[in-house]
Design a protein around this ligand. Sequence first.
Ligand code: DCP
Ligand code: MG
Length: 486
Amino acid sequence: MRNAPTILHLDMDAFFASAEQASKPSLRGKAVIVGGLGPRGVVATASYEARVFGVHSAMPMAQARRLAPNAAYLVPRFGFYRSISDQVMGLLRELSPLVEPLSLDEAFVDLEAGGTAWDEASARLAGAKLRADIRAVTGLTGSVGLAASKMLAKIASEQAKPDGLVLIEPGTERALLGPMSVRTLPGVGPATGDHLRRAGITTVDEIAEAGEDELVRLLGKAHGHALYAMALAHDERPVVAERGTKSVSVEDTYDVDIHDRVRVGLEVRRLADRCVRRLRGAGLSGRTIVLKVRRYDFSTLTRSETLRGPTDDPAVVREAAARLLDSVDTTGGVRLLGVGVSGLADYTQEDLFAQAQAQAQAQGQGQALGEREDQGVEQGGTEAAEERQQAGPVERRWPAGHDVTHAEYGHGWVQGSGLGRVTVRFETPDSSEPGRVRTFRADDVDLEPADPLPLVARRPGGGGGGGSDGGGAASAGTGVTPAASG
Ligand code: DCP
Ligand code: MG
């Protein structure tokens, strides 16, 4: 293990909720809960103001509503969070080529490998500067842990929360870890925790006292051995630059070419389900569904479709794969089929998009539909068209928290909607005070969905540190690239 605290762990504070507060001045300092608002919805995250009421990630939304009835409840905007994440990861890559992202808001950085820090003082300086840069570029706060190993850097950032920096001096690790719960150690989840507790082991010190043989007896060779080492603060895991997984896919080659179109459809469906099982197994969700078809003559083609947000819902993947298959000519026979999901997100999330659609369908279609069709064409978005194709015609959706623009009143966000009405608060990230609220008919032609505005206005001269963030996906993406202000 190195003897300088040059491994940095960054974790943004209440990430989704902070991004929403930065975007909506009226919510700053307030309880904000982001998550699935449908019947099976769960909390993705809660602002620190909402955590006071006991609300936390992964809690059923119904329970959150009981605990914090007056909080603002918002539907996540993954594209928006990803674009902020890209800015943050960009800053980390300025510190070192060895950046290991763990999720949208969390990463390890090897400062030593980047030549950015070599001892305690330089590490502390780099950490402090990083926090300031993140604030300047994104307007958000992140907490930093510094230590000589990944395990301790992560424990340090947890201690630093919110909006702080903690450095664990090399040599003090064991004393620090000793009294902590075994659950602090990587790889100890509820099941292992229970198992150890039944053996009378609840703290890290007690693991060390129990000895390696006992741990191996309790947990098996690999796990027992690794955990014992962690308890002694031995953690040699390197920071690894790329996470391996770019996509999750499954495919089958058939002994005999399949000619029957119905059978091809069934196979694709089966593959879609298998792919989703694997995706979920890895705790991932993804935005792009890919279908691969190799025909009798070995010609191979792939077709893909990108959804609005990441999914791990078997029905959504199945339907997308079936739509893609519709566009492929399989006469002559098929030797291989594959279904994959890419554009992966490192978090599991109920499929909010599918939920919202189901809700919209359940709410019935109302009389606005005829007009709606025309507007859809006018807006010209392929997304709008895609959406109709997926769900059939639905009433215009105004998810809580999403941005809109009104022909007369300008930029705002949906505070709530229902019963054919939508309530909008007109404010932007740089509004100095909470904006005005107005209610419209859900089919008001003056109201349109809008992309999020940048949280920090770009100064013309550059500065700020971040380079241009390209934005990635064409048009459909919700980027923080500056929209024409006005
Ligand atoms: N997330 C999610 N579902 C979960 C956990 C997290 O969708 N079960 C999302 C929302 C979070 C983001 O990932 O904002 C980052 O997760 P963290 O665990 O880092 O939580 P926060 O950043 O929200 O809060 P903290 O300040 O505790 O890091
Ligand atoms: Mg976080």
